[in-house]
Design a protein around this ligand. Sequence first.
Ligand code: ZN
Length: 486
Amino acid sequence: MSARTPDPDIFLYDTLQGRKVRFVPSTPGRVGMYLCGPTVYSDAHLGHAKKEVAFDVIRRTLLHFGYQVRYVTNVTDVGHLQGDADEGEDKLQARARLERLEPMEVADKYFWSFVRDMDALNVLKPSINPRATGHIPEQIKLIEELIARGHAYEVNGSVYFDVRSWPEYGKLSGRKLDEQAEGTREAVREEKRDPRDFALWKRAEPGHLMRWDSPWGVGFPGWHIECSAMSLKYLGEGFDIHGGGLDLQFPHHEAEIAQAEAAGHAFARYWMHNNMLTIGGEKMSKSKGNFTTIADVLSQHDPMVVRFLLVSSHYRSVTEFSEEAFQSAQGGYRRLTEALHEVERRLPTAPERDDPALREKVAAHVQEFEQAMRDDFNTPRAVAALFGLTTDVNAALSGEVGRPALEAARDAYRQLGGNVLGLFAEGGTAGPDDREVVSALMDLVLEARQNYRLQKQYAEADRLRDTLTRVGVTVEDTKDGPRWRR
Ligand SMILES: [Zn+2]
């Protein structure tokens, strides 16, 4: 299916136009996609998982439909201030103080933790993963362009975007006023010509660790400018899709558009936003105490079931995460994987006989699935098509099935459930048996390590432990013996 010609009938909901539109990339057959990535100052939570998986599925769907995709997602490692506005300590710097680390140590620590989470959730690696701190000159250049065109001004070493000079500001969200500006400190408010103006560059106060030289003195970039600068750098003028969480629509995405377009650049042609994830009906939030990190969830739950739960609701719908929802997802996921395993178990010894009735049913479910994904990436309908497929496959499996039909069923599961929805991670599906195998193997490895230690062969014992660490298994020695977790 990878060699197919690009499918011209994909429709997506464009937030900017406020409706579903046909997707036509600027270069035939190629798609440039940008997604606002994490601010790496703490472990990612389930809301991040929903966003990353949502756009990963969109990317995989475009690949499936024959497009080449350049997927760029950034790493925010400077400029995102506490309170998400124009003042307060840098989130990374605050964390660095708390953990007694360099800000860049904080960035790396949480970047790698994010990568581990995404690997576990089977999110494809980005084509380019630029960091804000690695693109200071590009940000400075864009700010200079804005000043030259009269859309930004410098005050006391800080530079602000002049919202009054750009009447289109607010066109994505329909909002113009940053409510957070209301609470802004007097000194910052006085610097701005208009309370809606937002920082492009901030003067570094004494003690501010992350600082760079600029034409306006020593400082650091505002939070929004990196995304305009890096998306244009790597995807070019008028790139195709810009994605992010609904919570970023204002002011972050509004600012991104204004910064790029006011500087004379054509910006993203389609804007896509995923809805939020709730726990117990409430939006995830640190202050409400329902802040669940991905790592926490994955230590107790099969990552593929978590992913299945996420794709079972549409990216523009709210996803409710609860133990109940997880249990139900687990049942559904098992139904799919058991059918796939049975199909693959029977394949090597299946008779050559054709079963056209089953083959046609499989083809019909493949069509339903693809039709659902063409319609704004409707994953719940696509999952329903996989269940329809499973019902027919299971009915056929009560008797003998010939190889051609089994192959068609296997390909449907592997290409749609596997490649498009990303539900079957590399190395085969995490079937019900795999966990027992892993558990038995881990008992063996830990026993070997204990034996090495008893014989004082510490180097060998450490080598085992290091290898486990490398594959994401942590071993802790407790008074009841060694314990491991992924
Ligand atoms: Zn962004």
